[in-house]
Write a protein that binds this ligand. Structure first.
Ligand code: UD1
Ligand code: CA
Length: 246
């Protein structure tokens, strides 16, 4: 089988948690948030995993239960594209790479497998996981043309009023051809509303090379829901307990 690696972004502090602990080490049923993302990646066939860490990285490194995970240090949080770039040496030059967030514990191996299948079947160079959501405020939006073909992913703060009307959001999760990902990362610039290196800009860079880029949309956003505050942590815990009970 072709090589599948995973990079999980977990360098942020998670200010809205109102806690000194890094967000991703908060637990649900005794397991820390980032361990849920690691389990989903392993379940989807990733055999080599790198966590991008930054804020209180020793705490994160000591909290995860998986011992053969690798780490890349992002000293300053300059954006999701910059974070992946910090794992450049880990990526290598072969196969495909999954990108996940450490604060989305509801993602499942099954959904990642569906994403990977869609990616492979269509011969895509990159496929972003998206979802239809009632209130897309704050999220990156997936923009499609009149025929429904993927055009780009634009951040809320950079979007035009027309683009803000899209209810299809970027989940932050992707599967990339590793070699093309690395080349695109080198072309990122921080020329945007937040002055950050945006990972979603790699979609445009790769598309402009004439390669296939697509968004795989989930009808139900549950699996991609992130945890940003204590209330969302409690809601995610509720869902995980219900899933376990099934
Ligand atoms: C990101 C996406 C957006 C998407 C949303 C889904 C970008 C530019 N935007 O937005 O399209 O709709 O996620 O939730 O990618 N992180 C690092 N280092 C950094 C920046 C972030 O490790 O320099 C980590 C954070 O710890 C977090 C994750 O990446 O786990 C997402 O970062 P966050 O700032 O919350 O992303 P958004 O700006 O909300
Ligand atoms: Ca941000």
């Amino acid at each position: 089988m072709e090589q599948l690696k995973a990079v999980i972004l977990a360098a942020g502090k998670g200010t809205r948690m109102k806690s000194d602990l890094p967000k991703v080490v908060h637990t649900i049923e005794g397991k820390c948030l980032v361990d849920y993302a690691i389990d989903a990646a392993i379940g989807a066939g990733a055999d080599d995993i790198c966590l991008v860490v930054g804020y209180k990285h020793e705490v994160v490194e000591n909290s995860i239960s998986h011992k053969n995970v690798k780490f890349a240090l992002q000293e300053e949080q300059l954006g999701t594209g910059h974070a992946v770039k910090c794992a450049r040496d880990f990526l290598g030059d072969e196969g495909q790479t999954l990108i996940l967030f450490g604060d989305t514990p509801l993602i499942t191996a099954e959904t990642l497998n569906r994403l990977a299948e869609h990616h492979k079947k269509n011969g895509n160079t990159v496929t972003v996981l998206s979802a239809m959501i009632d209130n897309p405020t704050g999220y990156g939006r997936i923009i499609r043309d009149a025929e429904g073909r993927f055009v780009k992913s634009v951040e809320h703060k950079d979007a035009s009023p027309e683009e803000l009307e899209s209810h299809e959001i970027n989940s932050g999760m992707y599967i990339f051809d590793t070699k093309e990902l690395k080349e695109a990362l080198d072309k990122l610039t921080p020329n945007n509303a937040q002055g950050e290196y945006y990972l979603p800009d790699t979609l445009t860079i790769i598309k402009n090379k004439g390669l296939k880029v697509d968004a795989f949309a989930l009808d139900d956003p549950e699996d991609i829901t992130g945890v940003n505050d204590q209330e969302q942590l409690a809601a995610a815990a509720e869902i995980i307990r219900a899933r376990t009970a099934k």
